[in-house]
Ligand binder design. Structure first.
Ligand SMILES: [Zn+2]
Length: 285
């Protein structure tokens, strides 16, 4: 599977589009994501954080993914932010074809050592692996603070260190910190495009932008033109889900889940469709 995933990233890199990675924790979210991808003929990544896969189930995610790709093969299941070798191994052994190892809280030396161990294991199982260097602050929620008050220069990815990191670890792609953060903040994130350009030039790797919720269409397009190949979206889906569900439940006295959850799937689809178009990933299959 790793070869196939690498080919897809290469296609994105060459054609100037980014793969959208959308998180799910329930089946109606998944339905909404896949509906949008099919409609726009876009290759797509479906992703689970640790909390999401604990809720959905790790084996269950793999089983549903295998069922989906029989009908729509342009999907990749990806595990977001695994933070220990034990967790990573559990996910790979369950059948995830793509994983993210997040050692960003560790010292550089420690991050290199743990990520290399993770990459060696992933590659031995033909699994694609994303590493992370530099800190990506916040959780996938709405924040009361302003990002510029909590984001400090020292957590941004250093281009020269990024080169060393990818060479020492052998990761297939790299998540970077260029002013992006998880969640939606009071202010808009201010991306450091010069840094992004420098990281791409030095590493030549597929690059990943976490914390896509809240970034403007213009900044997404510019990031893609400078070498971002995958963009993660989670919070905007969570917000759309909650708003739609509350609205549907208030609207009518109808206790049939597949009636009101249909609206939730449609709300998810709408957000995913918008992003696919911004990422220029439509009509790419
Ligand atoms: Zn993330």
């Amino acid at each position: 599977m790793r070869g196939k995933i690498i080919r897809l990233y290469k296609k994105a890199d060459k054609k100037g589009f980014a793969l959208g990675a959308f998180n799910f924790s329930t089946n109606e979210i998944l339905k909404g994501i896949i509906f949008a991808a099919k409609k726009l003929k876009a290759p797509i990544i479906i992703s689970t954080s640790e909390g999401e896969r604990n809720f959905f189930g790790c084996e269950e995610s793999v089983a549903v993914y295998n069922a989906i790709r029989k009908k729509y093969p342009h999907v990749i299941l990806h595990a977001d932010h695994t933070k220990s070798f034990k967790e990573l191994k559990k996910i790979i052994d369950a059948g995830y074809p793509s994983v993210h190892f997040d050692g960003s809280k560790l010292s550089f030396r420690h991050n290199v050592r743990e990520t290399k161990r993770a990459a060696d294991y992933a590659h031995s199982k033909n699994v694609f692996i994303e590493g992370e260097l530099g800190g990506i602050t916040g959780g996938s929620t709405t924040h009361k603070e302003r990002l510029k008050d909590v984001l400090t220069e020292d957590i941004l990815t250093k281009p020269e260190q990024a080169k060393e990191f990818v060479e020492l670890t052998g990761v297939d792609s790299l998540a970077i910190s260029i002013g992006n953060a998880h969640g939606i903040w009071k202010d808009k994130p201010k991306l450091d495009f010069e840094r992004l350009k420098d990281i791409k030039k030095r590493t030549g790797k597929f690059l990943v932008l976490h914390g896509g919720s809240g970034i403007s269409a213009k900044d997404f397009r510019k990031s893609i033109s400078l070498g971002i190949n995958k963009i993660n979206i989670n919070t905007e889906l969570r917000v759309a889900y909650a708003h739609s569900l509350l609205k549907s439940l208030n609207k009518r006295e109808d206790y049939t889940p597949y009636h009101y959850l249909k609206d939730v799937s449609a709300a998810i689809s709408k957000v995913v469709e918008e992003k696919i178009i911004i990422f220029k990933a439509d009509k790419k299959i």
